[in-house]
Structures are given as C-alpha cells and as structure tokens.
Design a protein. Sequence first.
Length: 423
Amino acid sequence: MKIISSSLLLFIVINIIFVNLGQCQQPIEYSSCQLQSVGSNNINGYVLISNYSGASSEKYTVQVVASGFQNVSSTVYATVRQYGNLLNTNNPVFGYNPNDEYNCTVPGCLGSTTFTTTSMNWTQTFTTPMFNLSPGLKSVVGRIFSLSTSPFDSNYIIAQCVLGIGNPQFIPSTSPMASLNESTNYAAISEIPNNGIQNGAVCYLQPTAAYPLVNGTVLITEIKNIIIGSNQPMGLNIIAMVNGTDGQIGISINQFGDSLTADGSSTGGVWGLSNQTHGLPTNNTRLYGDLGNICVYYNDVAYYNWTTPYIGYFDSIPNLLGRSIVIRSKPYTTSPTYDGSIMATCVIGLRENGNIPATKFNPNTNNAAPTCFPDPTTSTTTGPNTTTSTTGSGSDSGSFSSITTPFMKLTILLISVLSFILL
Ligand SMILES: *[C@@H]1O[C@H](CO)[C@@H](O)[C@H](O)[C@H]1NC(C)=O
Ligand SMILES: *[C@@H]1O[C@H](CO)[C@@H](O)[C@H](O)[C@H]1NC(C)=O
Ligand SMILES: *[C@@H]1O[C@H](CO)[C@@H](O)[C@H](O)[C@H]1NC(C)=O
Ligand SMILES: *[C@@H]1O[C@H](CO)[C@@H](O)[C@H](O)[C@H]1NC(C)=O
Ligand SMILES: *[C@@H]1O[C@H](CO)[C@@H](O)[C@H](O)[C@H]1NC(C)=O
Ligand SMILES: *[C@@H]1O[C@H](CO)[C@@H](O)[C@H](O)[C@H]1NC(C)=O
Ligand SMILES: *[C@@H]1O[C@H](CO)[C@@H](O)[C@H](O)[C@H]1NC(C)=O
Ligand SMILES: *[C@@H]1O[C@H](CO)[C@@H](O)[C@H](O)[C@H]1NC(C)=O
Ligand SMILES: *[C@@H]1O[C@H](CO)[C@@H](O)[C@H](O)[C@H]1NC(C)=O
Ligand SMILES: *[C@@H]1O[C@H](CO)[C@@H](O)[C@H](O)[C@H]1NC(C)=O
Ligand SMILES: *[C@@H]1O[C@H](CO)[C@@H](O)[C@H](O)[C@H]1NC(C)=O
C-alpha cells in the first residue's frame, strides 16, 4: 500500500515537473510580464503579447491590463526598451537609434493611449510589426516593456516589467488570448554579440506571496574566452545573491519567464529537454535548468557562483534569456523530485555592457558550492556547509565561517549537543 502510494506520488510529481517538456499542442509565440510600479504610483497589472489573433491579417496582439493610474493624467506610451535590466535608468526604446536597422517608426513602437479612468485594458493588434517573439534580433523577449508618460526618455517610465517566455497555461481567462492556454510556446530570443548588444543577463528576484522577505540579484555573464592567469572556466557564469533565506536553498532555471502567479507556479517546471533528467550540476544528463544548491552565506546573504558551458551561450539555442530563475526553500537532492516551495522568481533579462552591480564576495573559487546537498537521513548535515569557504583574495575572505544565520546556529548547537552526549 505504502509502495503503491509513493509510486503514485512520484508519478504525479514527475508529471508536474515534465508536463511542460513534452507537449505536442499547436505552437504559439507568447510572452507575458507582470507590471511593477516605478516612482510614486501603485500601478500593477500584466502585459500579454502573442502571435495569435482572430483575424488572419493580424500578426501580433498586445494586451495591457493594469490599474492604479490615479496619479496619471497624460498620454501613456507603451514601449519596449533595449535592455531587460529593471535598474537601468537610461534604457533607450528598443531600436530607437538612427543607425539601427530596427527603427521605431512611430513614437513608442507599440502605441499610446489617453485614458480618463484609473485603469486600462488596452489591446493593440499589429499587421506588420517591427518586433517579434521568435529567436533573433527583433525579439522583444528578455527586454523591458514599459508604460511611460513621455515616449522615449526612460525617466518618465511609470511601470515596467521584463517580457518573459509566457506560460500558455496561465493566460488570464478574460484575455482574448485565453483560448491558447493549451498551446506550447515558441517565444524565444537569441542575441548576437558585437551588435551593440551586451553579453550579459540580469534578474532581480521578487518574493512569492508566502516569502515576502526573500529578494536578490542574479547576474549571468558569458565567458567565451579563457582569461589567461585566471581560474575562471568558460561558459555562462551565474552569480546569485539572495536575501531573506537561511539553510541550504535550491536554485533553478525554470521553463517559463512567467510571473503572473503569486506562488510562482506559472514558471512551470525546471527548464530542460525531455531526454534530460533532474540531477545535480555534476550530472551530465541533467536538465538545463538544474543549477543545484546555494550553501554559502556571508552577512546573511546566500551566495552562489558557478560557471557552466552546459546551457550554451546567449547567441545559441538552447537559450536562457526570457526564462526564470527560481529559488526553492529546500535543497536539491539526488532524487528526481523537488522539495520545498518557490520563495522567489525573476525573469532573465538582457543586461547592457558595464553597469554590473558589484559582487564583492568571492566565496566559491572552486565551483563546489552548487553540488552541496544534505544527506536526508542525518540531521546534522542539513545546515549550510560552513567549511565551503574561500582562499580567494580580498579583505572579505576568511569571514565565511562566521555563524550568521539562525539555522546555522541551530545546526551548530545540535552538533555540540550530539558530541556532548557521545562523549
Ligand atoms: C505563431 O508562431 C508559431 C511559431 O513560430 C507558428 O507555428 C504559428 O503558426 C504562429 N501562429 C500564427 C497564428 O501566426
Ligand atoms: C499618488 O502619488 C502620491 C505621492 O505623490 C502617493 O503617495 C500616492 O500613493 C499615489 N497614489 C496612487 C494611487 O498611486
Ligand atoms: C530610421 O530612422 C532614420 C532617421 O531617424 C531614417 O532616416 C531611416 O530611414 C529609418 N530606417 C528605417 C528602416 O525605418
Ligand atoms: C478587457 O477587455 C476585454 C474585451 O474588451 C474583455 O473581454 C475583458 O474581460 C477585459 N479584461 C479585464 C481584466 O477587464
Ligand atoms: C483553457 O481555457 C478554457 C476556455 O477558456 C477553459 O475552459 C479551461 O479551463 C482552460 N484551461 C486551463 C488549463 O486553464
Ligand atoms: C538585500 O536587501 C537589501 C535591503 O533591501 C538591499 O539593499 C540589497 O540590495 C539586497 N540584496 C540583493 C542582492 O538584492
Ligand atoms: C529584501 O530582503 C531583505 C531581507 O529579507 C529585507 O530586509 C528587505 O526589505 C527586502 N527588500 C525589498 C525591497 O523588499
Ligand atoms: C536530446 O534531444 C536533443 C533534441 O531533442 C538532441 O539534440 C540530443 O542529442 C538528445 N540527447 C541525447 C543524449 O539523446
Ligand atoms: C545522472 O542522473 C541519472 C538520473 O537520476 C542517473 O541515472 C545517473 O546515474 C546520474 N549520473 C551521474 C554521473 O551522476
Ligand atoms: C566565481 O568563481 C570563479 C572561479 O570559479 C572566480 O574566478 C570568480 O572570481 C568568482 N566570482 C566572484 C564574483 O566571486
Ligand atoms: C563541505 O565542504 C567541504 C569542502 O569543500 C567538502 O569536502 C564536503 O564534502 C562538503 N560537505 C557537504 C555535506 O557538502
């Protein structure tokens, strides 16, 4: 009986994880994002873009549903910005460059609206759009969608979000696109360096409803050439700094860059192919999105640093841009299941050159941290691995063994009590 029910549970869990990997429904190009207010507004809502439309002459549909415009009386412009960095305060409109092949030929690219109510439900269709959602230079996935009260100047942005690869299963039921909810998604981006575009990505973690204190920053940088004299391997370097957690936590790249749900479920399963299986980063048949665990803390910030060529680069397919980074409350183990709930998510956006937030810690010079995981059968190994520290340079090294989190303190206490009893 027990065996049957655990097999059933395993079956259900595996199905939940892989449900988005092996679908065979009609493909659509679909992107979504959850608007965040900028400045002294309380605007919230969502943006949906899809290549579906009722009329065959129309190629793309953009829908913006948002409220909280009490402080806005002027025309509002809907624009896509060049970069997907929410903290970039000088973010040009995508393509608005006389030397660029992809001009905005109308102010704001997507259009503008003047409204007298405090909410908007704006649908725009495009027959010959300047943008698309498929892999390539014209894709808006991984860039910022903004609402602003002046068409180009990013100082006038009143709400914004990073356009991600949307999850068709979570299209709001009131949307004209709702009938696409059983489709698969082809939205993607593939960037080519040396085109004025950067070679990095950024993701600002937002808490899910159950974990309001968790936030953080993830920086992804392409390392395509060996830096002589450095021990930095080639691949995508992923640095995550997470606030508001303790103990070991899991980190993954999920299939969809979709933040339309408060519990993070619209991010779907861990990103991967149907012939890949869940595993720790040391496993060479793991899912693309299996990033492992974070187990190093410094001053209460959970710190992750890992470089892997397994996921490809920004100009290749597979491509992580527009997908999501997900933080889980429990670490990965070797079992094919994911424990814990989603604490924070963010949509991976394009990052401009330079403007890289400082990462002053260097806790993981040996790439070992992502593979840390507890032995579930013993209670004393479930805390952060306090011996995973650094020999790196800088005045911060040597401080990582400091006992900073309550969880670590509890673990140390448990170990002490156990040793006392055994002695
Ligand atoms: C939308 O895009 C997908 C993938 O590119 C394509 O297969 C599909 O035919 C498109 N649908 C429409 C209505 O254009
Ligand atoms: C309008 O702006 C004021 C500050 O200028 C702010 O306190 C208030 O919350 C805003 N109202 C809304 C609905 O955004
Ligand atoms: C782009 O804009 C410039 C002027 O800003 C114009 O001369 C040029 O024709 C435009 N190119 C396209 C492809 O629209
Ligand atoms: C937005 O407008 C469409 C059609 O005009 C309507 O069907 C839909 O219910 C509206 N959505 C919301 C969230 O109000
Ligand atoms: C998909 O949309 C249909 C029609 O709006 C609805 O009946 C169905 O429940 C939706 N399915 C999902 C998985 O949301
Ligand atoms: C952690 O939270 C503090 C306080 O809000 C903030 O200043 C800091 O930027 C956060 N760290 C990251 C990595 O987001
Ligand atoms: C980020 O997390 C820290 C630690 O939980 C918290 O103190 C801070 O208020 C959070 N910042 C935001 C902007 O939510
Ligand atoms: C997994 O599938 C992908 C594409 O579907 C294929 O390119 C790859 O070779 C497969 N890998 C293995 C180990 O079968
Ligand atoms: C990788 O994971 C698979 C599935 O869990 C497992 O069968 C295989 O032994 C693992 N390989 C390594 C090298 O750990
Ligand atoms: C990340 O680890 C690599 C070694 O794998 C090291 O060269 C690099 O300096 C580390 N980065 C940071 C910001 O700590
Ligand atoms: C903790 O880190 C040390 C040093 O890197 C390593 O030898 C040990 O296996 C790690 N323990 C766990 C449980 O990850």
